[in-house]
Write a protein that binds this ligand. Structure first.
Ligand code: TZP
Ligand code: MG
Length: 214
């Protein structure tokens, strides 16, 4: 059985946006604020650093029953027995990742347009990331945001639960959730916040409020 997970408030890490603080500190505080999932995303780290960072964060999350997902690197996920991986359209194909990881790990896949749902809906994956909802400086290689209406279309047509990412913060989180995504995913709104715990708590409160209304 795969572990159960909640996409409600999904933190994606970025050390360059963490204002000099360690990822461990950010994650510890964000956990106190109510995040439900963490993706460790290390675009410039060596493999050794990536593994080291993941091993630092893993016990904090284990203690709190929060899944640790590794961005891109199936080998790192296997090496540290993470809960799963998040794959983009140009990363390892989900079929290979599933074979390597086995049936019990979580696999997330980024979806950038409605057409990509044709394959994703048939895939043995656990959730999709709708990306990017809004244009964001955090991911420079991405272009224009999908906008709320396209995001809602993808969320509705998806057979898998969905989490939206890209430019989400406390001012637009409720609007994103109202399109029908299961959760929101943020980098800078928590990593770059002066108080990551308070930032996570504020987002978590918005999510609870929005879910009560729907
Ligand atoms: N994938 C799509 S957008 C994005 C990623 C990793 C970055 C989102 O960062 P932010 O700071 O929450 O806009
Ligand atoms: Mg990727």
């Amino acid at each position: 059985m795969r572990p159960s997970f909640s996409l409600d408030l999904y933190l994606v890490t970025d050390r360059d946006l963490s204002l000099g603080r360690s990822l461990t500190e950010i994650v510890e505080k964000a956990v106190k604020g109510g995040i439900t999932m963490v993706q460790l995303r290390e675009k410039n780290a060596s493999t050794r650093q990536f593994v080291h960072e993941a091993l630092q964060i893993r016990p904090i999350l284990k203690k709190n029953g929060i899944p640790l997902i590794i961005n891109d690197r199936v080998d790192v996920a296997m090496a540290i027995d993470a809960d799963g991986v998040h794959l983009g359209q140009n990363d390892m194909q989900w079929q290979m990742a599933r074979t390597l990881l086995g049936p019990e790990k979580i696999i997330g896949l980024s979806i950038e347009n409605v057409d990509q749902l044709t394959d994703a809906n048939e895939a043995n994956i656990d959730y999709i990331g709708i990306s990017p909802v809004f244009t964001t400086p955090t991911k420079k290689e991405l272009f224009k945001g999908l906008g709320l209406s396209e995001t809602g279309k993808i969320a509705t047509l998806s057979k898998h639960p969905s989490v939206a990412i890209g430019g989400i913060n406390k001012s637009n989180a409720a609007g994103v959730l109202s399109t029908g995504t299961n959760g929101i995913s943020v980098v800078s709104a928590i990593c770059s916040a002066e108080d990551p715990e308070a930032a996570a708590k504020e987002l978590s409160d918005i999510i609870q409020q929005e879910k009560k209304q729907s």
